[in-house]
Design a protein around this ligand. Sequence first.
Ligand SMILES: [Fe+2]
Length: 254
Amino acid sequence: MKRAIISDIHGNLEALKAVLDDIKAKGVSDIICLGDIIGYGPNPRECLKLIQDCGSVCIKGNHEEAVLYIGINFNVEAGLAVDWTRNEINSVKYDPVETEMMWNFIGELPRLHEEDDFLYVHASPKEPVREYLRPSDVTNAEKMQDNFNLVRHKCFCGHTHEPGAFVQYTDESVSFYRPADIKSVYNLDENKCIINAGSVGQPRDNDNRACYVIMEDNKVSFHRLAYNYKETMKKILDTKVLPKMLAVRLHAGK
Ligand SMILES: [Fe+2]
């Protein structure tokens, strides 16, 4: 099986197009999206349409939840972005039938997806939409155990925008491997693992290239792609509503 796993697109059309082109060029047609298609970036509708057109399995992220209901634990900038995104999706300049279909798509996104031995979530096994599972959590034995107890074998997540693999060994210790630690390839074995696919549209690991993952048989590879982030930055600034820091961070990759 060859499958691409993408996450945290955040309305960044330039990054999403670059990633989808790369996935296609690599001969992969099976894509799973782990949510946060929207939020922060200037093209929520275009990104929603592209993901819908993929016909892929897609999971609800906390930013989809926020535009539907209310943003929980969102900072000021993220809250402003949620309001802008909701207004942009609802704008009367667009076809109302298409808008309604978009809301139905967002509203029907599942909280998780299970297939074979794999669990797919946006955030964490314990709280699929919201909990942050950060690399530093490897020292929090209780938190890691609570999460690994819910993983039968393997899990994919996003949310932190930091790619890598949490691996639980037979003595229940957990290690986190960044792509640079493992030459960008994690080999699935008998150990349980939770793999973070990183972020397509707003990487936060000091590398501003779009990030995604391909799983082929027992091999999970992390991919980085340069894209025209300056175009995305310009669009963010042109909204005159989305905070400037959302543009600046695309250049910094954090
Ligand atoms: Fe996100």
